[in-house]
Design a binder for this molecule. Structure first.
Ligand code: 5GP
Length: 205
């Protein structure tokens, strides 16, 4: 069985990346979303172990010290990080593992897993993104402004990604994301088992 694909989805706050990745998992097989650890407080409706593993700063720093995270970063005063065991186990099982993480984390993943498929998602305009964030109602205006200031930094690092998706429409965007991942299955790096098999066949021929 071939290994799963590691997929990084990043994007400006309010780009719709959370909604799109959830839709991808609902509509297509073989995907699994990694649940991150964070020191951010839960939003209304968020469930421990479903959206995030919510941690104190001390608990999070213990995860760092124990080398239990594949990557971590600080985003607007909070820590966020990806648990290592979950990613490694699911890739081995052949699942396509999605990391919905910010850009510092994406850079760390690219170093560790050069064949990871990295995708940046944006809303059509900053005005539209701001409107979506206000409509979401989960952050105060000050927090929204901090997130948009962070976007000014993120845009400078967009060049590290392989693909860009502009979220005009949820359904179209989900399909585009799936298409990108499906076409990555043909990368040589994801076909090591087949290459070994055909090499052995030729040796015996
Ligand atoms: P939010 O507070 O809106 O849930 O997430 C804030 C930012 O942190 C988003 O850009 C999200 O993609 C990112 N993020 C979530 N989990 C992780 C993680 O495990 N690692 C990193 N580096 N970023 C994360």
């Amino acid at each position: 069985m071939s290994e799963g694909i590691l997929i990084v989805v990043s994007g400006f706050s309010g780009s719709g990346k959370g909604t799109i990745t959830k839709k991808l998992v609902d509509e297509y097989e073989d995907y699994i979303i990694s649940v991150s650890a964070t020191t951010r407080a839960p939003r209304e409706g968020e469930v421990e172990g479903r959206e995030y593993f919510f941690k104190t700063r001390e608990e999070f720093e213990k995860l760092i010290a124990d080398d239990a995270l594949v990557e971590y970063a600080q985003y607007v005063n909070n820590y966020y990080g990806t648990p290592k065991a979950f990613v490694e186990e699911n890739l081995k099982k052949g699942k396509n593992v999605i990391l919905e993480i910010e850009v510092q984390g994406a850079i760390q993943i690219k170093h560790m897993y050069p064949d990871a498929v990295t995708i940046f998602m944006s809303g059509p305009s900053i005005a539209e993104i701001r409107k979506r964030l206000i409509a979401r109602g989960t952050e105060t205006i000050e927090q929204i402004e901090s997130r948009l200031r962070r976007a000014k930094e993120e845009v400078k690092l967009m060049g590290v990604y392989d693909h860009l998706i502009i979220n005009y429409d949820r359904d179209e965007c989900t399909k585009e994301l799936n298409d990108i991942i499906v076409s990555s299955k043909n990368k040589l790096a994801y076909n090591k088992a087949f290459i070994e098999k055909i090499t052995k066949e030729l040796e015996e021929y």
